[in-house]
Design a protein around this ligand. Structure first.
Ligand code: IVH
Length: 718
């Protein structure tokens, strides 16, 4: 087992060379894989959650600097996941009820009076009350037997929920085993699953870039993330949990609400730190106001405050009316809405070419915050159509000049909740979503079934340039050492490198470039010389690397190899694509060149269309041609069809000592094998290096042949 080191003593990620970073990344990936296995599969973690989080943060920091390390099997993208399955129904032994609401101070006063009357308290007897933020997430029931988590269920209709045990096991705030004293033989604990606002925003950005629908607010995204059939997806989503209640319980460890919260926290749960014990209505209302003021700055959404009678014997006496407890009430925050005029719709172009509309509003205060912009998501949203094709806002479209209701949905990003049609100016016209990119003028297309329209000017669009250049020089593309994101950013800003060809003409355009570079901050003579040497070394490049480097949507390394093998040489590829691009019609593409492309095993409509769209933009072709004048493209190697591993699927795992992962992969592919990232029944061989973890275990479970590196070498050499 790799020994876990504190990441605190490690050098800052900024100071690592690429090779050092890669070594560290590999070590951390293995370490995290081992911890995941112990945590998720064996329920026997060997480090604290905080130490584990540190490891993950370190990997994230390394990948932020070297995004090319973020391969699909990076620990930032995968977590030891269980197989997909449906959700079984779970009956709640104690129903999960809802809370009555109070919207004003007076209603809170009435609540306390009702309680006093019901309990027949003396005039000088004031019930202590626990005041808790009302978390805007989804409630969850967790059953523990002998301290072990045995089942997790959603609330459902309050009586029947869904079994989400495997999904919940991936939430780090939910202990798999209760700690501390007084653990009941069986108990059911409850609380709220939620997502941090910043995590929600980041998730939505990823969703949009991937052409997936965005979530409306953190609560929806928490719910959507929890109820995933593929537990791996849930595991990759940053879900969190606050415990605040319980259902069935044999032998209660405390006799007050605040005592129970303390016990929950000792048992290993996160209990909201803002919770307070209040004596008297004024203290409750002061809490409500304080929380209201703190709300916008909290990391998560809350929609009010919950007051609960502290003494549990009193809670029992008070009991329930219809579906809510008499011993608790939710004091809700006022809806955060305001009306204003939508002055203009702007289109922003994201780093990967997604066109995102933004509403520019006459400034208006919503819930204490001045709002001037609201997200409009995509063109369907503006038309009044939701991601699921159903009408939103009763199907009313949004137009420039409209008076709109602005809502801070769960106080994250302001949204347009509705249009005041009475105030629509007679001159207002339906919004025509642009079909060209506002940043570069290339045509912007929407793929079948996608909500996002994207710029096709991969090589020329300034909005995508830095991202694209970064991709162009990344490890699986041109792999130019010394040109990281920071350098690209700098060169771009200084106007030295705008498109890929500029990398190769830098020295020619400016004879003193190397010297000038050496004078720059962060460079010296050696690194400047090294950079130019690294550039020169790449003037000869394999066809598949070039194709991958073009940054065509959906053309990852695998598809680039398929294309390279099929066309063999750059000229053949370029010519065929130009013929196909010339044949684009709104009805489809009947050209032989297109059919030939589409017939390549592994290339479907979506990929074929994306490639042809790229070549349909003349400036992309011009940029490619300029590049081709500077470099030499090696024809593709055809796989040796007759090797002993051709047609076989192989997975490499653990740390390999005889060759790097990339080498192993390249050799295997050259011999006609398919290299996969995860082990399944279809896997023929698993080549296990040192410290192989869950993939090795899975191979053994499935009875897949496991080879050492030497076995593998013998196999392919024989
Ligand atoms: S106590 C018998 N405490 O609000 C009701 N609920 O409107 C027990 N919620 O379904 C619930 N924060 O999802 C309670 N601190 C808190 C809460 C809370 C959020 C949610 C919960 C519940 C809903 C009721």
């Amino acid at each position: 087992m790799p020994k876990s080191r504190s990441t605190k003593a490690l050098p800052a990620v900024d100071t690592l060379t690429k090779a050092q970073a890669k070594r560290e990344w590999r070590r951390l990936a293995l370490e995290i894989e081992a911890h995941d296995e112990r945590y998720y599969q064996k329920d026997a973690p060997t480090i604290s959650d905080a130490a584990y989080d540190d490891l993950r943060r370190r990997v994230e920091a390394i990948e932020a600097r070297f995004p090319e390390f973020a391969t699909p099997d990076s620990p930032t993208r995968t977590v030891g996941a269980a197989p997909a399955r449906g959700f079984a129904k779970v009956q709640h032994v104690v129903p999960m009820l809802s809370l009555g609401n109070a919207f004003s101070d007076d209603e809170v006063r009435e609540f306390v009076e009702r309680v006093r009357r019901f309990l027949k308290l003396d005039a000088d007897e004031h019930p202590a009350i626990v005041a808790e933020p009302k978390i805007d997430g989804l409630s969850l029931s967790l059953r523990y037997e002998n301290g072990e988590l045995v089942r997790a269920a959603t609330r459902g209709d309050g009586f029947t929920g869904e079994d989400v045990t495997e999904n919940v096991r991936t939430i780090r705030d939910v202990p798999h085993r209760l700690k501390g004293r007084k653990i009941p033989a069986a108990c059911e604990l409850r609380g709220e699953v939620y997502m941090l606002k910043q995590d929600f925003l980041a998730l939505n950005a990823r969703q949009l870039e991937a052409g997936e629908p965005a979530f409306a607010n953190p609560r929806n995204s928490a719910a959507g993330s929890l109820r995933q059939k593929d537990v791996g997806i849930t595991a990759s989503r940053p879900l969190k949990f606050f415990a605040y209640a319980w259902g069935e319980m044999e032998g209660r460890p405390a006799d007050t609400q605040h005592g129970m919260l303390r016990w929950l926290s000792e048992a290993g749960f996160t209990v909201n730190p803002l919770i307070e014990l209040c004596h008297g209505v004024e203290a409750m209302l002061a809490f409500y106001r304080r929380i209201g003021e703190a709300r916008a700055a909290l990391g998560y959404d809350i929609d009010g405050v919950v007051y609960k009678i502290d003494r549990l014997d009193w809670q029992e006496r008070l009991g329930f009316v219809s579906r809510s407890p008499r011993w608790a009430i939710a004091h809700k925050f006022a809806a955060e809405q305001a009306t204003t005029v939508l002055e203009k719709i702007d289109i922003q172009v994201g780093r990967t070419g997604a066109l995102t509309p933004v509403a520019r509003l006459a400034p208006v205060t919503v819930g204490g915050v001045v709002v001037q912009n609201a997200t409009l998501h995509n063109e369907d949203y503006i038309r009044g159509v939701g991601n699921d094709g159903q009408p939103i806002r009763d199907g009313v479209d949004i137009r420039e000049g409209d008076t709109v209701t602005v809502q801070r949905a769960g106080d994250v990003i302001p949204q347009i909740a509705g249009v005041v049609l009475d105030k629509r100016p007679a001159t207002a016209k339906p919004y025509a979503f642009p079909h060209t990119c506002p940043a570069c003028g290339s045509h912007a297309v929407r793929e079948n079934g996608e909500v996002v329209r994207r710029c096709t000017g991969a090589l020329i669009c300034p909005a995508q340039a830095v991202e694209h250049l970064r991709h162009f020089v990344s490890r699986l593309a041109f792999d130019i050492e010394g040109l990281g994101e920071k350098q690209i950013q700098q060169f771009y800003q200084d106007g030295l490198i705008r498109t890929p060809v500029d990398i190769f003409t830098l020295r020619r355009r400016d004879a003193d470039a190397e010297q000038k570079l050496a004078m720059r901050e962060g460079y010296g003579e050696v690194s400047a010389r090294n950079l130019f040497a690294a550039i020169d070394a790449r003037r000869k490049i394999e066809l598949h690397r070039l194709i991958f480097a073009l940054g065509i949507r959906h053309v990852g390394e695998g598809n680039a190899k398929l294309l390279a093998r099929h066309y063999g040489a750059i000229d053949a590829f370029r010519e065929a694509m130009l013929v196909a691009a010339a044949a684009i019609t709104p009805e489809g593409n009947a050209s032989e060149a297109y059919q030939d492309l589409n017939n390549i095993a592994g290339i479907g409509d979506i990929v074929a269309d994306a490639v042809v769209e790229f070549f349909a933009e003349p400036r992309n072709v011009a940029a490619l041609d300029a590049l081709l004048r500077e470099i030499e493209v090696r024809p593709a190697e055809q796989p040796r069809q007759t090797s002993r591993v051709s047609g076989r699927t192989v997975v490499f795992t653990g740390s390999l000592t005889k060759f790097t992962r990339d080498e192993a992969k390249a050799v295997a592919e050259r011999l006609g094998a398919k290299v996969a990232g995860s082990v399944s029944k279809k896997t023929d061989y698993v080549v296990a290096g040192e410290e192989a973890g869950s993939k090795l275990a899975r191979a053994r479970d499935l009875g897949v042949a496991v080879l050492t590196e030497d076995d593998w070498l013998k196999l392919i050499e024989g």
